[in-house]
Design a protein around this ligand. Structure first.
Ligand code: ADP
Length: 313
C-alpha cells in the first residue's frame, strides 16, 4: 500500500520515519520542491529500514504519487521577518492552489491528509481545491487536534495513574489557541472523571485541571521555545491517521473536516471526533458538551471561519 508525502521538511519527514518505524504501508514516496532535501530524507530513512520494517521509501515527482492510497500534505512556507499571519496564510494558500491539483491528478483516488499549519484553514483550502476537481469533502481531512487530544489523554493518564489508552478524552475545535478541552465528556472504564476519581480515591482539584489544561494549550509554544519546531508528536499522529485509513479501521480520531454548521457558523473545517475508514471521513460523532464548552466550540468555529474569510481562495 503506497503512501505519498508532499513537503518533506521536519513534519513530513518525521511522519515518514514514524510510518517506517511502525511498518505502516509498503511504499512511501517523498515529494518536495527542494529535491535535494526529499532525496536526502528518503535515503536517510531508507537506512533505518533494516532496523524496522521491510518497506520501500524513495523520493520522486508528483507523477510518482500514482496509486497512492493516502497522501500527506505537509508543504508550506514559513513566516518571513515582518510578515503578518495573514500574509503568511495567503502565501500558503498559493502553495496549496499549486500542490493540491497536482497531487490529485497523479493520485486520483487518494485520501488527502493535511498537516500544514494553520491546519484547519489549510484543510479547508485543500477541500476547496479538491472540490473544484470533483473530489468529495470526505476524502480531505487534516490532523486537526489529534495531537492535542493525545496530550490531554497523556496528562490525564499520568495524573490518574492509569494507562492513557484507557482515558477517553477529546480536544475539539481549532488546532490553536481557541481549542476546547471537553472535560465534561471524559470517561475512564465507563466512568465519568468525577466517578473515577471517587472510586480510585484520587483528588483532581481545580488547580490540577488548570495545570493540565495549560500544559495541553502551551505544549507547542514550550517545545518551539526549546527546540525551534515540533515534529515527533505530529509525525506520530500522522502515522496513526494513515494507518486508520489504510486498514479501513473505522477509528475515531479528532481530525478536522468540513462541517456544515456549528452554532451560528456555517461551512467550517474544524476538529471533532470523526469516524474514519478507508475512504476518509465517514461521519462526525456529536459530543455531549456542557454549555460553557459548547459556547467555546462556537467561538473556536468563528475564529476559523473568520480566518478563511480573510484570504482569497
Ligand atoms: P515544517 O516544520 O512544518 O515541516 P518546513 O519548513 O520544515 O516546515 O517544511 C516545509 C517543506 O515544504 C519544505 O521542505 C519546503 O521545501 C516544502 N514546500 C514549500 N512549498 C512547496 C511546494 N510548493 N511544493 C512542494 N513542497 C513545498
Amino acid at each position: 500500500m503506497k503512501i505519498g508525502i508532499v513537503g518533506t521538511g521536519m513534519v513530513g519527514s518525521t511522519a515518514a520515519y514514524a510510518l517506517v518505524m511502525r511498518g505502516i504501508g509498503s511504499e512511501i514516496v517523498l515529494v518536495d520542491q527542494n529535491k535535494s532535501r526529499s532525496s536526502a530524507e528518503a535515503n536517510d530513512i531508507l537506512h533505518a529500514i533494516p532496523f524496522a520494517h521491510p518497506l520501500d521509501i524513495f523520493s520522486g515527482d508528483y507523477s510518482d504519487l500514482a496509486k497512492c492510497r493516502v497522501v500527506i500534505i505537509a508543504a508550506g512556507v514559513s513566516q518571513k521577518p515582518g510578515e503578518s499571519r495573514l500574509e503568511l496564510l495567503q502565501r500558503n494558500a498559493d502553495v496549496f492552489r499549486q500542490v493540491v491539483p497536482k497531487v490529485l491528478e497523479a493520485a486520483k483516488d487518494a485520501v488527502i491528509v493535511v498537516a500544514t499549519n494553520p491546519v484547519d484553514i489549510m484543510t479547508h483550502m485543500a477541500s476547496h481545491f479538491a472540490g473544484q476537481m470533483g473530489v468529495s469533502a470526505n476524502r480531505v481531512l487534516g490532523s486537526g487536534t489529534t495531537l492535542d487530544t493525545a496530550r490531554f489523554r497523556a496528562l490525564l493518564g499520568r495524573h490518574l495513574d492509569v494507562d492513557a489508552q484507557h482515558v477517553h478524552a477529546y480536544v475539539v475545535g481549532e488546532h490553536g489557541d481557541s481549542e476546547v478541552l471537553s472535560w465534561s465528556s471524559v470517561t475512564i472504564a465507563g466512568l465519568s472523571l468525577e466517578e473515577f476519581c471517587e472510586v480510585r480515591n484520587l483528588n483532581l482539584s481545580t488547580q490540577d485541571r488548570r495545570k493540565i489544561e495549560q500544559n495541553v494549550r502551551q505544549a507547542a509554544y514550550q517545545i518551539i521555545q526549546g527546540k525551534g519546531a515540533t515534529y515527533y508528536g505530529i509525525g506520530s499522529a500522522l502515522a496513526r491517521i494513515v494507518s486508520a485509513i489504510l486498514n479501513d479501521q473505522r477509528a475515531i480520531l479528532t481530525v478536522c473536516g468540513r462541517v456544515e454548521k456549528i452554532g451560528g457558523v456555517s461551512d467550517v473545517t474544524i476538529a471533532l471526533p470523526h469516524l474514519i475508514d478507508g475512504n476518509g471521513l465517514v461521519d462526525l460523532i456529536p459530543q455531549t458538551l456542557n454549555e460553557q464548552e459548547m459556547k467555546a466550540l462556537e467561538v473556536s468555529a468563528a475564529v476559523i471561519r473568520n480566518a478563511i474569510d480573510s484570504i482569497h481562495i
